[in-house]
Design a protein around this ligand. Structure first.
Ligand code: PCA
Length: 213
């Protein structure tokens, strides 16, 4: 039985919940036959500790695939991230009060890493079950991008595929603000489809997921 490590984040920016953790915790222990088991773990939302925490989990659990998730408030769909950049530029302080501006995630590291997940196949499969999904060209410049970059940096050349998925807010987080949201059950189903597709697809499909600008 192989292990698929799935992470979500603790709440941040005064929110009581983080939908990424609320969704992935429901997938903890899920098995697909005797092929693979999902282990869900929560990461701190802090530049100083999140990446180290994830590296320790990888050493401890020896996963065959790693998928990290986080909240992107303001987005309306499950967004499968294509690229992590070597840059921290925090608009708000993290949970330890740190607010790095224009620093490198890994000093001397490459400018960016691409995901090693089959993102087009994942988007297609999630849409096929009627759930909104898209390829995202930026994971931002906050803790999610930092963790995504550190993940790709740690696993480069290892043969262990990895990537990042951003999820929208939950309906109760946006109330009457007019901001987009997605129900928790939908999130859980969409993530499960995306992850299973990532696990089973070794060659990505060729479909557009780009943007003109
Ligand atoms: N979202 C933030 C950090 C933690 C989370 O869930 C981000 O997109 O960087």
């Amino acid at each position: 039985m192989q292990t698929l490590l799935l992470t979500g984040f603790e709440p941040f920016d005064q929110d009581p919940v983080n939908p990424s953790w609320e969704a992935v915790r429901q997938l903890d222990g899920v098995q697909w036959g005797d092929e693979v088991q999902i282990l869900a773990r929560r990461l701190p939302c802090a530049f100083a500790t999140a990446g180290e925490h994830l590296t320790q989990l990888i050493e401890e659990l020896r996963p065959a695939m790693v998928i990290a998730t986080g909240l992107a408030s303001g987005r309306s769909d499950i967004s499968i991230e294509r690229v992590a950049i070597n840059l921290n530029d925090a608009r708000i302080p993290d949970n330890l009060g740190a607010q790095p501006i224009d620093t490198a995630v890994v000093s001397g590291g490459p400018a960016a890493y691409f995901t090693t997940l089959p993102i087009k196949a994942m988007v297609k499969a999630v849409r096929e079950v009627g759930i909104a999904a898209s390829v995202s060209q930026t994971a931002g410049t906050f803790v999610c991008n930092q963790v995504f970059y550190q993940l790709q940096h740690t696993l480069v050349g290892s043969g262990i595929r990895s990537g990042f998925i951003h999820v929208p807010s939950l309906p109760e987080q946006v109330a009457d603000s007019g901001q987009p949201s997605m129900a928790l059950d939908t999130l859980v189903e969409g993530l499960q489809v995306a992850i299973l597709t990532a696990w089973r697809t070794t060659v990505d499909v060729s479909e557009t997921g780009g943007q003109v600008s």
